[in-house]
Every structure is written in C-alpha cells, then in structure tokens.
Design a protein around this ligand. Sequence first.
Ligand SMILES: [Zn+2]
Length: 116
Amino acid sequence: MKIVAHPRMENIRIGDEVYSTATHLYAQVEATFPAAVCVRLSLLEPTDAYNQQLQLTPTPQLWRADEIENVSICRSCGSRHDLYNEHETGVPSRICGQCRSVLANGQDYRAGFAGE
Ligand SMILES: [Zn+2]
C-alpha cells in the first residue's frame, strides 16, 4: 500500500506554529508525518492524588492534517518571506507583503465603491 501525503503537509516543517481547529490550541511542530503532525503540549497534571500537587508535564500529541492551520506561512499564498502578523489578537495568522498590498488595494476599491 502506498502512503499518500495530505496536501496540507507539503508546506509544514518542524518548528512551524500550527493552530488546531479541533482543540483551538497553538503548538510548535516537533515531527511531521504523511497526514499528521506531532506537537508537544505542557499540561497541568497532579503529581500525587493525595497532596493535590500539580506539575507541568510535556505531553506529545498527534494532530491530524485536516484539523490544523499552519500560521507560520502566508495564509494566502503560502510564502515564508516578508511575513506580517495580520491581527493584534485572535488567531495569529500571517500574510506576506505582496498579498497584504493586493488585499489593501481591494479594500480601498470596495470602500470607494460603497461611498459613491
Ligand atoms: Zn502571500
């Protein structure tokens, strides 16, 4: 049986930041697979059931390729160069300078059109 890589995995590298649409968490990619990434989350877990003490435990998880968004690349064209953060808060999606100027021109056009 031939393993076919998920198309989204073509532009995901180790160290990229990914957003999980399933859990609404962010994490850094530690390993890539044909249709999933391995991330490491720090979870608060009890060290002892009686003392109720908590410790941060690094916990590896597999996230499916169709449930993640790579936020380390331009959300429009997938470029890794000349990237800007799109918003101060919320999903930290990034956009490259070229796509940003194209989108900005489109917004100016629509604004002018609506004003007439
Ligand atoms: Zn772009």
